[in-house]
Design a protein around this ligand. Structure first.
Ligand code: PAF
Length: 280
Protein backbone atom coordinates (compact mmCIF):
# COMPACT_ATOMS: atom_id res chain seq x y z
CA UNK A 1 0.00 0.00 0.00
CA UNK A 2 1.33 3.41 -1.01
CA UNK A 3 0.82 6.57 1.03
CA UNK A 4 0.96 9.73 -1.06
CA UNK A 5 0.96 13.20 0.46
CA UNK A 6 1.39 15.60 -2.43
CA UNK A 7 -0.59 16.44 -5.54
CA UNK A 8 2.38 16.09 -7.97
CA UNK A 9 3.11 12.62 -6.54
CA UNK A 10 -0.56 11.60 -6.96
CA UNK A 11 -0.52 12.87 -10.55
CA UNK A 12 2.66 10.93 -11.35
CA UNK A 13 1.18 7.72 -10.00
CA UNK A 14 -2.00 8.19 -12.03
CA UNK A 15 -0.18 9.02 -15.26
CA UNK A 16 1.80 5.81 -15.05
CA UNK A 17 -1.19 3.54 -14.35
CA UNK A 18 -3.89 2.33 -16.73
CA UNK A 19 -5.79 0.47 -13.99
CA UNK A 20 -9.40 1.48 -13.29
CA UNK A 21 -9.46 3.65 -10.17
CA UNK A 22 -12.16 3.85 -7.51
CA UNK A 23 -12.01 6.61 -4.93
CA UNK A 24 -13.30 6.49 -1.37
CA UNK A 25 -13.17 10.09 -0.15
CA UNK A 26 -12.94 10.24 3.65
CA UNK A 27 -11.92 12.36 6.60
CA UNK A 28 -10.38 9.32 8.32
CA UNK A 29 -11.31 8.12 11.84
CA UNK A 30 -12.44 4.88 10.28
CA UNK A 31 -15.23 2.62 11.52
CA UNK A 32 -17.17 -0.32 10.07
CA UNK A 33 -19.01 2.02 7.70
CA UNK A 34 -15.71 2.86 6.00
CA UNK A 35 -14.80 -0.83 5.78
CA UNK A 36 -17.99 -1.34 3.80
CA UNK A 37 -17.11 1.60 1.51
CA UNK A 38 -13.70 0.02 0.84
CA UNK A 39 -15.31 -3.37 0.19
CA UNK A 40 -17.72 -1.83 -2.30
CA UNK A 41 -14.87 0.12 -3.94
CA UNK A 42 -12.90 -3.08 -4.43
CA UNK A 43 -15.96 -4.75 -5.94
CA UNK A 44 -16.29 -1.84 -8.39
CA UNK A 45 -12.55 -1.67 -9.19
CA UNK A 46 -12.15 -5.42 -9.70
CA UNK A 47 -9.08 -7.32 -8.60
CA UNK A 48 -6.88 -5.51 -11.15
CA UNK A 49 -8.19 -2.06 -10.29
CA UNK A 50 -6.88 0.44 -7.79
CA UNK A 51 -8.77 1.46 -4.65
CA UNK A 52 -7.72 4.91 -3.43
CA UNK A 53 -8.70 6.23 0.00
CA UNK A 54 -8.30 9.95 0.42
CA UNK A 55 -7.94 11.04 4.05
CA UNK A 56 -8.33 14.76 4.56
CA UNK A 57 -10.10 16.62 7.35
CA UNK A 58 -11.35 19.39 5.11
CA UNK A 59 -11.31 22.73 6.97
CA UNK A 60 -13.59 24.29 4.36
CA UNK A 61 -16.61 22.19 5.35
CA UNK A 62 -16.49 22.97 9.10
CA UNK A 63 -18.42 26.01 10.25
CA UNK A 64 -16.65 28.41 12.64
CA UNK A 65 -16.82 27.08 16.19
CA UNK A 66 -17.54 23.49 15.14
CA UNK A 67 -15.39 20.41 15.77
CA UNK A 68 -12.60 20.90 13.20
CA UNK A 69 -9.83 21.04 15.82
CA UNK A 70 -11.06 18.10 17.85
CA UNK A 71 -12.06 15.91 14.88
CA UNK A 72 -10.25 12.58 15.51
CA UNK A 73 -7.13 11.97 13.40
CA UNK A 74 -5.86 8.48 14.30
CA UNK A 75 -3.36 8.26 11.43
CA UNK A 76 -1.67 4.99 12.40
CA UNK A 77 -4.91 3.08 13.06
CA UNK A 78 -6.46 4.42 9.84
CA UNK A 79 -3.46 3.32 7.83
CA UNK A 80 -3.60 -0.16 9.36
CA UNK A 81 -7.32 -0.48 8.63
CA UNK A 82 -6.74 0.54 4.99
CA UNK A 83 -4.04 -2.11 4.70
CA UNK A 84 -6.38 -4.77 6.09
CA UNK A 85 -9.23 -3.61 3.85
CA UNK A 86 -7.09 -4.02 0.72
CA UNK A 87 -6.79 -0.31 -0.12
CA UNK A 88 -3.99 0.18 -2.68
CA UNK A 89 -3.24 3.85 -2.18
CA UNK A 90 -3.86 6.43 0.53
CA UNK A 91 -3.88 10.07 -0.56
CA UNK A 92 -3.34 12.10 2.60
CA UNK A 93 -2.56 15.72 1.74
CA UNK A 94 -2.04 18.55 4.22
CA UNK A 95 -4.27 21.63 4.20
CA UNK A 96 -1.41 23.64 2.71
CA UNK A 97 -1.14 21.14 -0.12
CA UNK A 98 -4.87 21.39 -0.88
CA UNK A 99 -5.52 25.09 -0.41
CA UNK A 100 -3.56 28.16 -1.40
CA UNK A 101 -3.71 30.81 1.35
CA UNK A 102 -5.39 33.25 -1.05
CA UNK A 103 -7.78 30.72 -2.62
CA UNK A 104 -10.77 32.40 -4.20
CA UNK A 105 -12.56 29.76 -6.28
CA UNK A 106 -15.20 27.49 -4.76
CA UNK A 107 -17.79 25.03 -6.06
CA UNK A 108 -21.32 25.90 -4.99
CA UNK A 109 -24.44 23.80 -5.41
CA UNK A 110 -27.33 26.21 -5.09
CA UNK A 111 -30.55 24.20 -4.70
CA UNK A 112 -30.19 20.92 -2.80
CA UNK A 113 -27.77 22.47 -0.36
CA UNK A 114 -30.20 25.14 0.86
CA UNK A 115 -32.26 22.73 2.98
CA UNK A 116 -31.76 20.27 5.87
CA UNK A 117 -28.04 20.13 6.83
CA UNK A 118 -27.34 23.01 4.45
CA UNK A 119 -29.62 25.27 6.46
CA UNK A 120 -28.07 24.28 9.79
CA UNK A 121 -24.49 24.32 8.52
CA UNK A 122 -24.03 27.30 6.18
CA UNK A 123 -21.05 26.82 3.86
CA UNK A 124 -20.74 23.11 4.65
CA UNK A 125 -21.72 21.79 1.22
CA UNK A 126 -19.68 24.46 -0.54
CA UNK A 127 -16.69 23.03 1.33
CA UNK A 128 -17.69 19.47 0.43
CA UNK A 129 -18.24 20.25 -3.27
CA UNK A 130 -14.98 22.18 -3.50
CA UNK A 131 -12.86 19.45 -1.92
CA UNK A 132 -14.57 16.61 -3.80
CA UNK A 133 -14.05 18.48 -7.08
CA UNK A 134 -10.37 18.88 -6.26
CA UNK A 135 -10.05 15.19 -5.36
CA UNK A 136 -11.77 14.24 -8.62
CA UNK A 137 -9.38 16.44 -10.61
CA UNK A 138 -6.24 15.27 -8.84
CA UNK A 139 -7.07 11.54 -8.66
CA UNK A 140 -9.19 11.24 -11.80
CA UNK A 141 -11.15 8.16 -10.67
CA UNK A 142 -13.53 6.12 -12.84
CA UNK A 143 -15.89 5.76 -9.89
CA UNK A 144 -16.29 7.13 -6.38
CA UNK A 145 -18.08 5.61 -3.41
CA UNK A 146 -20.07 7.56 -0.78
CA UNK A 147 -22.22 6.45 2.17
CA UNK A 148 -25.99 6.85 2.17
CA UNK A 149 -25.99 8.04 5.78
CA UNK A 150 -24.98 11.42 4.34
CA UNK A 151 -27.75 11.14 1.77
CA UNK A 152 -27.88 14.92 1.17
CA UNK A 153 -24.15 14.97 0.46
CA UNK A 154 -24.63 12.03 -1.92
CA UNK A 155 -27.50 13.79 -3.74
CA UNK A 156 -25.45 16.98 -4.05
CA UNK A 157 -22.40 15.14 -5.38
CA UNK A 158 -24.55 13.33 -7.94
CA UNK A 159 -26.00 16.68 -9.02
CA UNK A 160 -22.53 18.24 -9.23
CA UNK A 161 -21.23 15.34 -11.33
CA UNK A 162 -24.20 15.71 -13.67
CA UNK A 163 -24.06 19.50 -13.93
CA UNK A 164 -20.27 19.76 -14.30
CA UNK A 165 -19.95 16.72 -16.62
CA UNK A 166 -17.55 14.70 -14.53
CA UNK A 167 -17.13 11.30 -16.13
CA UNK A 168 -17.26 9.51 -12.80
CA UNK A 169 -19.74 6.90 -11.65
CA UNK A 170 -21.08 7.72 -8.19
CA UNK A 171 -21.88 4.66 -6.08
CA UNK A 172 -24.04 4.96 -2.95
CA UNK A 173 -23.52 2.46 -0.14
CA UNK A 174 -26.20 1.62 2.47
CA UNK A 175 -25.61 2.80 6.03
CA UNK A 176 -23.79 0.41 8.35
CA UNK A 177 -25.20 0.26 11.88
CA UNK A 178 -24.20 -0.83 15.35
CA UNK A 179 -26.15 -3.78 16.79
CA UNK A 180 -28.57 -1.38 18.53
CA UNK A 181 -29.33 0.46 15.27
CA UNK A 182 -27.17 3.56 15.73
CA UNK A 183 -25.62 4.53 12.38
CA UNK A 184 -21.82 4.14 12.46
CA UNK A 185 -20.18 7.57 12.48
CA UNK A 186 -16.77 8.95 13.41
CA UNK A 187 -18.61 11.39 15.68
CA UNK A 188 -20.20 8.63 17.81
CA UNK A 189 -17.00 8.59 19.85
CA UNK A 190 -17.83 12.08 21.16
CA UNK A 191 -20.92 10.72 22.96
CA UNK A 192 -20.72 10.13 26.71
CA UNK A 193 -22.22 6.93 28.16
CA UNK A 194 -25.69 8.41 28.79
CA UNK A 195 -25.86 9.98 25.32
CA UNK A 196 -24.63 6.79 23.65
CA UNK A 197 -27.31 4.89 25.53
CA UNK A 198 -30.06 7.12 24.16
CA UNK A 199 -28.72 7.64 20.62
CA UNK A 200 -30.37 4.48 19.15
CA UNK A 201 -33.65 6.41 19.61
CA UNK A 202 -32.92 8.00 16.22
CA UNK A 203 -33.14 4.74 14.31
CA UNK A 204 -36.10 3.61 16.44
CA UNK A 205 -37.90 6.87 15.61
CA UNK A 206 -37.24 6.53 11.89
CA UNK A 207 -38.67 3.01 12.03
CA UNK A 208 -41.81 4.40 13.71
CA UNK A 209 -42.19 6.73 10.72
CA UNK A 210 -41.65 3.96 8.22
CA UNK A 211 -44.15 1.70 10.04
CA UNK A 212 -46.76 4.48 9.96
CA UNK A 213 -46.35 4.82 6.18
CA UNK A 214 -46.41 1.07 5.78
CA UNK A 215 -49.70 1.03 7.73
CA UNK A 216 -51.18 3.49 5.22
CA UNK A 217 -50.50 6.93 6.73
CA UNK A 218 -49.83 9.46 3.92
CA UNK A 219 -49.92 12.76 5.80
CA UNK A 220 -46.36 14.10 6.03
CA UNK A 221 -47.30 16.11 9.10
CA UNK A 222 -48.62 13.08 10.99
CA UNK A 223 -45.70 10.87 10.00
CA UNK A 224 -43.16 13.51 11.04
CA UNK A 225 -45.05 14.05 14.29
CA UNK A 226 -44.90 10.34 15.15
CA UNK A 227 -41.12 10.38 14.56
CA UNK A 228 -40.70 13.53 16.64
CA UNK A 229 -42.58 12.00 19.57
CA UNK A 230 -40.32 8.94 19.53
CA UNK A 231 -37.13 11.03 19.34
CA UNK A 232 -38.35 13.10 22.27
CA UNK A 233 -38.57 10.01 24.48
CA UNK A 234 -34.77 10.37 24.61
CA UNK A 235 -34.41 13.07 27.26
CA UNK A 236 -30.95 14.17 26.04
CA UNK A 237 -32.00 14.58 22.40
CA UNK A 238 -32.35 18.07 20.89
CA UNK A 239 -33.77 18.03 17.38
CA UNK A 240 -31.95 20.19 14.84
CA UNK A 241 -34.25 19.22 11.97
CA UNK A 242 -36.67 16.46 11.14
CA UNK A 243 -38.34 16.27 7.73
CA UNK A 244 -39.90 13.95 5.20
CA UNK A 245 -38.70 14.96 1.74
CA UNK A 246 -38.48 13.77 -1.82
CA UNK A 247 -35.21 11.84 -2.21
CA UNK A 248 -34.30 13.59 -5.48
CA UNK A 249 -35.05 17.26 -4.91
CA UNK A 250 -35.03 17.13 -1.07
CA UNK A 251 -38.20 19.23 -0.95
CA UNK A 252 -41.00 18.53 1.51
CA UNK A 253 -44.42 17.47 0.20
CA UNK A 254 -47.77 17.58 2.02
CA UNK A 255 -48.28 13.90 1.40
CA UNK A 256 -45.82 11.03 1.40
CA UNK A 257 -45.34 9.97 -2.20
CA UNK A 258 -43.05 7.52 -3.92
CA UNK A 259 -39.34 8.11 -3.47
CA UNK A 260 -39.70 9.84 -0.11
CA UNK A 261 -37.41 9.65 2.86
CA UNK A 262 -37.33 10.89 6.41
CA UNK A 263 -34.16 12.67 7.46
CA UNK A 264 -33.13 14.02 10.81
CA UNK A 265 -30.28 15.70 12.63
CA UNK A 266 -30.30 15.55 16.41
CA UNK A 267 -27.90 16.88 19.01
CA UNK A 268 -26.86 14.85 22.02
CA UNK A 269 -24.90 17.42 24.00
CA UNK A 270 -22.52 19.05 21.52
CA UNK A 271 -22.62 16.06 19.18
CA UNK A 272 -24.79 16.32 16.12
CA UNK A 273 -25.90 13.00 14.63
CA UNK A 274 -27.71 12.49 11.33
CA UNK A 275 -29.69 9.57 9.98
CA UNK A 276 -32.39 8.84 7.41
CA UNK A 277 -34.73 6.14 6.17
CA UNK A 278 -36.30 5.51 2.77
CA UNK A 279 -40.08 5.14 2.85
CA UNK A 280 -41.91 2.26 1.25
O1 PAF B 1 -18.25 12.42 4.02
C1 PAF B 1 -17.11 12.85 4.28
O2 PAF B 1 -16.33 12.21 5.00
C2 PAF B 1 -16.67 14.19 3.71
O3 PAF B 1 -17.73 15.07 3.64
C3 PAF B 1 -15.97 14.06 2.35
C4 PAF B 1 -16.89 13.51 1.28
C5 PAF B 1 -14.74 13.17 2.49
C6 PAF B 1 -15.48 15.43 1.88
O4 PAF B 1 -14.57 15.98 2.76
Amino acid sequence: MKVIETIPEARRQIETSARPRVLVATMGAFHRGHVELFRRAREAAGSDGEVIASIFVNPLQFEPGSDFEKYPRPEGADEELCRQAGVDTIFRPTSAEMYAPNRSVFVDETALSTVLCGRSRPGHFRGVCTVVTKLFHVLNPNAAVFGEKDFQQLAIIRRMVRDLDFQIEIIGVPTVREDDGLACSSRNQYLNAAERNQAPALRAALLVGRDAVQAGERSTERVVESVRRRVETASLARIDYLAAVDADDLQARDTIEQNALIALAVFFGQTRLIDNIRLP
